[in-house]
Design a protein around this ligand. Structure first.
Ligand SMILES: Nc1nc2c(ncn2[C@@H]2O[C@H](COP(=O)(O)OP(=O)(O)O)[C@@H](O)[C@H]2O)c(=O)[nH]1
Ligand SMILES: [Mg+2]
Length: 261
C-alpha cells in the first residue's frame, strides 16, 4: 500500500554547480536495500524532520502552504496551532514521511527554541530574493543551526522569485551561490506565488534525506554484523574499533561541485 508522491529516481538539484550532493541517482546500495526491504521487513526509519528558518516575512509559511495545498495568498498568516505537517512519499517502493516544521512567528525575535532544531535531519534556510539583507542574515541562521547540530542536510532557498527581474535574479543568485558554497548547503530559488520549483525542491529534500537515512541504516547493519562476528570468533583489532566509532552521523558524501568563487 503506498501513499503520497512517488519517487523512483533521485530528483535533481536546482543547479549542478551549487550543491555539495552530486549524485546522478540513488546509490546502488540504497536501491539494493530497498528491493530487499520490500520483501522482508520494515527495518529503517520512516520519518525525518525538516525545519524551515529565516527572517520573518521572507515567505517560509507561504512556501510550505504552496507545497501542501498548492495555494497562495498575499494575506499575512501567522502560524498558530500545529507545529508541523507530515508529507508522505513512496520512495523506491518504500513509505517515507517528511515532517515539515514551520515557526510560529518566534523568528521575529530570533528565539526559536532548541526543541525546534532538535533532531532535525534537514534545514531550509530561506531568504527573500528581493531583499539582500535577508540573504546576509542567512549566515546568522546558519550559525544558529550549527550551534545545535552539524549533522544536517542544508538547503539555502531564495523565495519570491516572481518579484525580481531576470537581471536582479542573476545578481543576487551569484552572491547566494557563493554563500551556499561557504555553508555547504544546496542552493534553490522558488516562488510560492506562482509555484516555481516548489514541488521539485521538496521532492529533492525527500530524496536526499531518504538516501541519507538508508545509507546510515546500511552502515548500522554492517556494524552489527561485524560485532556479531567478533563475538563469535573473538577477533579483535583496532581497525574494527575505528570502524565502529565512525558509525554515527550523516552518510551522504559531500562532494564538491561548487565552482570556486
Ligand atoms: N510575490 C510573492 N510574495 C510572497 C511570496 N512568498 C510570500 N510572499 C508574501 O510575503 C509575505 C510574508 O510571507 P510569509 O509566508 O508569511 O513569511 P514568513 O514570515 O517567512 O512565514 C506575505 O504577504 C506573502 O503573501 C512569493 O513567492 N511571491
Ligand atoms: Mg510564517
Amino acid at each position: 500500500m503506498t501513499t503520497g508522491r512517488i519517487i523512483s529516481n533521485l530528483p535533481l538539484s536546482y543547479r549542478r554547480d551549487a550543491t555539495p550532493y552530486c549524485y546522478p541517482n540513488f546509490d546502488w546500495k540504497v536501491i539494493d536495500f530497498c528491493e530487499q526491504q520490500r520483501l522482508i521487513t520494515d527495518d529503517y526509519p520512516r520519518t525525518v524532520k525538516c525545519i524551515v528558518v529565516g527572517d520573518a516575512g521572507v515567505g517560509k509559511t507561504s512556501l510550505i502552504q504552496r507545497y501542501r495545498t498548492n495555494e497562495f495568498s498575499f494575506d499575512h498568516k501567522e502560524t498558530i496551532g500545529v507545529d508541523f505537517d507530515i508529507q508522505s512519499f513512496s520512495i523506491l517502493g518504500l513509505p517515507f514521511n517528511v515532517q515539515i516544521w514551520d515557526t510560529a512567528g518566534q523568528e521575529r525575535f530570533r528565539c526559536l527554541t532548541s526543541s525546534y532544531y532538535r533532531a532535525a535531519n534537514v534545514a531550509l534556510i530561506v531568504f527573500d530574493l528581493s531583499n539582500i539583507k535577508s540573504l546576509a542574515n542567512t549566515l546568522r541562521w546558519h550559525a544558529d543551526i550549527l550551534r545545535i547540530t552539524d549533522d544536517i542536510i542544508l538547503f539555502l532557498v531564495g523565495s519570491k522569485r516572481d518579484c525580481v527581474s531576470p537581471a536582479a535574479l542573476e545578481f543576487i543568485e551569484t552572491e547566494a551561490v557563493r554563500l551556499s558554497s561557504q555553508m555547504r548547503a544546496e542552493y534553490w530559488s522558488v516562488s510560492a506565488q506562482n509555484g516555481d520549483n516548489v514541488i521539485r525542491l521538496f521532492d529533492r529534500i525527500a530524496g536526499l534525506t531518504f538516501q541519507d537515512t538508508i545509507l546510515t541504516r546500511i552502515h548500522e547493519i554492517e556494524e552489527e554484523r561485524v560485532s556479531g562476528d567478533l563475538n563469535q570468533t573473538s577477533l579483535y583489532s583496532e581497525g574494527i574499533i575505528a570502524l565502529n566509532q565512525k558509525s554515527k552521523g550523516s552518510h551522504l558524501t559531500k562532494n564538491c561541485c561548487f565552482k570556486h568563487h
